[in-house]
Ligand binder design. Structure first.
Ligand code: GDP
Length: 675
């Protein structure tokens, strides 16, 4: 039987769920929430009644009256049964649009975002609590917790797209073949850049020769008259961040493995990312020119990681190449075409364009420049476009050779000018009908971005922990510990658990051996945790992400220090960190002995200023003789707060009389810095 939810019915009737529920209560049709579902008969009856009401007022045409009266009798019986079902059902069903923010999903399931993130990492998806995941991913995660997700009308980015009518399914008969889009991935130094270079050079046709390839983040290569598009993603970061944003641009991943090195950590990461994205992997075994190259050993390695080479009966194509000597490149390209052909990649070129921003920056002369990979339709100069909170009319487009182009079809990367601001890579870009639609869409996205920023700024850090505890905002302090040896984790765990008090509960949500990685930061961000490292450091990537996600990462060499820090943070006594800031320099030109005061120096300020509250470092022949506070500072007879550069004055030092002519006084203050 077809059921309808209360809020859906409310929408149909053009009223709020709350009003509808009140009306239903009047009719003795009580439901537990706006998510409760109604038997279609009940729904019909309600509709009928409302229509009657309207008619009564407006005297409009008669519609469901008879029907409504007839079903009313039935409804009485159905109601009780329904209510029971509602409670069971509504409790285990999560409604979402095309995407859902991780934190929202966790809230709906009724668990911590951490648990969702942990599951996601297990699936090879890296997303912080404020990032969105797609419907399929959400389904898998929800399923693990006994929930089912269904598509809903709740407004999210995709719904905005729908609301603005930006995208639509194409009729299969409109689809035409399109070039494959390829990403090169692999461990650092295995030759990704060299391979891309070699590929570009091999394919340079005579008329292009001499032309300089522009850096637009992607390039088109001609293989036997067919196009192959290569993305210049350095490593797989861009690839991953795009996936985290729910967009996917790659059709094929080329995994570069150095024949003299083998499968390395980033190789495995690349494999996992490609697998999670369902992107086929082809392997380029590079550096075969090296004397210690061992192709068989690499194939063995690959097989161990689930990529069984064709030669051994598997389905992974592996092509030995030398990017340096340009060997095997043609064969690799041929294989790429072959795999692409089997994928039957198609898109409709005759429609308004939809693409993904793969790179964007602000150019001093030209304003925001975005490289867009067109995925559907054809993008043209003059088109009105929107991407996230950026909008504008395409003023000019350039291809990967830096040539001015007027249009770009599916799979073609182009740099476009004319956007109002720099969009984010991974954001979708749509060609739209008019400026009004573009503006409205961009504004709506601005709101979403603002909300996300707001949420990101509410992360916990040791510095404001006490305040948050006091405000009642924090009850749990989540901590991730990374150490150089396993034993340390338990030691810290035990000490930290002793710190718990009534206000705060300490949860060690993850402990591990090794450096602080991106996943650690993602997990921390997702679960609003702080990260503590012992004798380990964050990777550069992890640092970047921590900054962006506002995750507090602290490293220590002594356990005691960490425990003390956390202890004082909980108690609200965390000492702010200070750095010294030199504010001025003065020379002692004369000294005077003042009865009952001591020695006062006649000074000339050479640089900056000397203030009453600064600390003075007394230098004699560049050697620090004394450091201490200012006891008096005067200009002529008056006490002053500061003496600026170019002026003279008198200065006394607290508990120090041995000032000599020619001494240099360096003044500094201790400035509090954010930790
Ligand atoms: P990426 O970090 O993966 O982009 O690696 P690069 O392309 O920067 O290459 C790393 C190093 O390996 C460079 O010094 C290259 O010259 C060298 N290299 C790349 N391909 C080959 C190759 O086929 N043979 C040899 N002998 N060296 C190569």
């Amino acid at each position: 039987m077809i059921k309808i939810r209360v809020y859906e019915l409310a929408k149909e009737l053009g009223m709020t769920s709350k009003d509808l529920m009140e009306k239903m209560e009047e009719l003795d049709l009580k439901v537990s929430s706006h998510m409760s579902s109604l038997e279609s008969e009940d729904a019909e009856m309600i509709k009928g009644l409302f229509e009657e009401e309207k008619e009564g007022k407006k005297e409009k045409k008669n519609s469901n009256k008879g029907k409504a009266m007839k079903v009313k009798n039935n409804s009485e019986n159905n109601r009780k049964k329904d209510k029971k079902q509602d409670n069971d059902k509504a409790d285990n069903i999560i409604e979402m649009g095309g995407t859902i923010i991780v934190k929202d999903l966790a809230d709906k399931i009724g668990i911590g975002a951490t648990q969702v993130i942990t599951k996601l990492i297990g699936l090879g998806v890296m997303a912080s609590q404020n990032q969105s995941i797609d419907f399929d991913t959400a389904s898998i995660v929800a399923d693990e917790f006994g929930f089912k997700v269904i598509m809903d009308k709740v407004e999210d980015e995709e719904d905005i797209e729908r609301e603005f009518d930006l995208d639509f399914e194409d009729d299969p008969k409109d689809l035409r073949p399109r070039p494959p889009v390829v990403t090169v991935m692999g461990h650092v130094d295995h030759g990704k850049t060299s391979l891309l270079d070699a590929i570009r050079k091999t394919s340079v046709t005579t008329q292009e020769a001499g032309g300089i390839t522009q850096h637009i983040g992607a390039s088109i290569v001609n293989v036997e008259g067919k196009k192959v598009v290569f993305l210049d993603t350095p490593g797989h970061e861009a690839f991953t961040s795009m996936r985290a944003r729910g967009t996917q641009v790659t059709d094929l991943a080329i995994l570069v493995v150095a024949a003299d090195d083998g499968v390395m950590p980033q190789t495995i990461e690349a494999i996992n990312h490609a697998k999670a994205a369902n992107v086929p992997i082809m392997v380029a075994i590079n550096k075969i020119d090296k004397p210690d190259a061992n192709i068989d050993r690499i194939r063995q390695d690959l097989a161990e990681h689930g990529l069984v080479p064709e030669e051994w009966g598997g389905d992974t194509i592996s092509v030995p190449v030398s990017a340096l000597k340009k060997e095997g490149i043609d064969e690799l390209l041929e294989m790429i075409l072959l795999v692409a052909e089997m994928q039957e990649l198609k898109a409709n070129p005759n429609r308004k364009a939809v693409g993904t921003v793969i790179e964007a920056q602000l150019d001093k002369g030209r304003g925001p420049v975005a490289t867009v990979l067109v995925q559907k339709g054809t993008l043209r100069v003059g088109d009105m476009v929107v991407s996230g909170s950026a909008s504008g009319r395409v003023r000019a487009m350039f291809d990967d050779k830096g040539k001015n182009v007027k249009k770009a079809g599916p799979s073609i990367p182009v740099a476009i000018l004319g956007l109002s601001e720099v969009p984010l890579s991974g954001d979708l870009l749509y060609a739209v009908e008019d400026e009004k639609t573009a503006r409205a869409y961009a504004n709506k996205n601005k709101e979403i971005v603002r909300e996300e920023q707001l949420r990101a700024s509410q992360k916990v850090s040791l510095d404001d922990l006490f305040e948050k505890i006091q405000l009642g905002e924090i009850k749990d302090l989540n901590i991730i510990i990374k150490t150089d040896v396993r034993g340390t984790i338990d030691a810290i765990r035990q000490s930290l658990e002793k710190l718990e008090n009534e206000e705060v509960k300490i949860n060690i949500i993850h402990g591990g051996v090794g450096g602080i990685t991106e996943s650690d930061v993602m997990l921390a961000s997702a679960s609003n945790a702080i990260i503590i490292g012992f004798n380990v450091r964050p990777t550069l990537n992890a640092l970047d992400i921590a900054k962006h996600e506002k995750v507090d990462v602290r490293t220590y060499r002594v356990i005691y220090d960490a425990i003390e820090d956390i202890k004082s943070a909980i108690k609200g006594m965390l000492e702010p960190e200070y750095v010294e800031e030199v504010i001025g320099r003065a020379q002692v030109r004369a000294t005077f002995r003042v009865p009952n005061v001591g020695v006062v120096a006649g000074i000339y300020v050479q640089q900056g200023k000397i203030t009453r509250n600064s600390i003075i470092r007394l230098l004699r022949d560049d050697i620090v003789i004394f450091e201490g506070k200012v006891s008096s500072l005067k200009r002529f007879k008056d006490d002053v707060r500061e003496i600026a550069s170019g002026y003279e004055g008198g200065l006394g030092l607290e508990n120090y009389n041995d000032i000599k002519e020619g001494d240099i006084l360096e003044a500094y203050i201790m400035k509090e810095v954010e930790r």
